[in-house]
Design a protein around this ligand. Structure first.
Ligand code: ATP
Length: 310
């Protein structure tokens, strides 16, 4: 069980800057993560995510600003930090000749109160390969093992770098379930991902970074609300009286082409009911209805002007 940390954030960054020569990789980031919270870092390649995580782990020191991990400065107390922090890196490597169960058993011995290696093997779907050596695992199995190694010591804070990249659907669901269980256990999680549905499904807060800057921060549904082009699209059996519709529903309706309309409303159950009721009054039959919901990908594109994988 994670130790409580007096209501203080487990991880806190204050105006952190990292320069590599002339290049400012991280430019004034501030955020905090509390127990049981998951913060998702979203940014295109080169945005500064890895640099940020490496500073939190004490692998590199910030040029200026303050970082606190469980009250410690990771640059000056890296060992105190790493004892209580789990790290899952992409392509995290391993001792290629050692078997899966042995690797987890060895890792468990370094911790005062580890998880049961067999429990992790089971829930991460590694039972069939527990006696295999690392080098005989598939990429997805190596990734799940890396996750097991990151959390076996019951860390207070875990960094997960694209934990489900390349996993099949079943393994992805198992990893999501495990991450949710960690949160319930009070673990603070920092996750980087290029998968928007992963961010929407798991994150309490999302920090969008571009060129080392924070460009947006908030809960996934707060961020998706700042986007504009959500809407409801209908086709009808006859023309809609647009002015009467606007007067009654309170939002605009515009014909895209004959008998095809776009309504500028966030598609909620109430909005759909209002639309249907006004069109019933106009004796218009809706022959088709589609909604477009804004997701984090749209928000990311709006704010940064590019795709995550650009
Ligand atoms: P990715 O999604 O590709 O992993 P990222 O968001 O993790 O990207 P970083 O690896 O933190 O981005 O890199 C941020 C910027 O700092 C990039 O422009 C990168 O080229 C630069 N950078 C990173 N490490 C160094 C280094 N050791 N020396 C010089 N520049 C570096």
């Amino acid at each position: 069980m994670s130790t409580t940390f007096d209501g203080q954030p487990v991880l806190r960054l204050e105006n952190v800057i990292k320069d590599y020569g002339d290049k400012r990789a991280v430019n004034g980031l501030s955020f905090s993560v509390h127990r049981g919270e998951l913060l998702c870092l979203l940014g295109a390649n080169g945005a500064g995510k890895t640099t940020t995580i490496e500073m939190c782990e004490g692998f590199i020191a910030p040029t200026s600003g303050e970082i606190s991990v469980l009250g410690f400065n990771p640059a000056t107390h890296p060992n105190a930090v790493r004892e209580r922090v789990g790290i899952m890196l992409q392509g995290g490597g391993g001792y290629t000749g050692i078997k899966v169960r042995e690797m987890l058993q060895v890792a468990a011995r370094y911790s005062a109160n580890p998880h049961d290696p067999d429990w992790l093997i089971d829930i991460l779907g590694l039972s069939g390969v527990a006696k295999n050596t690392y080098r005989r695992l598939s990429g997805g199995q190596q990734q799940r093992l890396a996750l097991a190694l990151a959390i076996i010591g019951r860390p207070d804070l875990v960094f997960l770098d694209e934990p489900t990249a390349g996993l099949d659907t079943q393994s992805r669901i198992a990893v999501w379930e495990l991450i949710r269980a960690l949160k319930r256990d009070g673990v603070a999680v920092v996750l980087t991902t290029h998968l928007m549905d992963e961010a929407e499904a798991l994150a309490d807060n999302v920090l969008i970074i571009d060129h080392g800057h924070e460009v947006a921060m908030g809960a996934p549904d707060e961020l998706t609300q700042i986007a504009h082009s959500a809407g409801v699209f209908i086709t009808s059996n006859k023309d809609v009286d647009e002015q009467a519709f606007e007067n009654s529903v309170g939002s605009t309706i515009a014909a895209i082409r004959p008998l095809h309309y776009r309504i500028n409303l966030e598609p909620t159950p109430e909005a759909i009911a209002k639309i249907a009721s006004e069109l019933e009054r106009q004796e218009v039959l809706i022959t088709q209805l589609e909604t477009s919901h804004r997701n984090l990908e749209d928000v990311f594109l709006d704010i940064t002007g590019r795709h995550l994988r650009s």
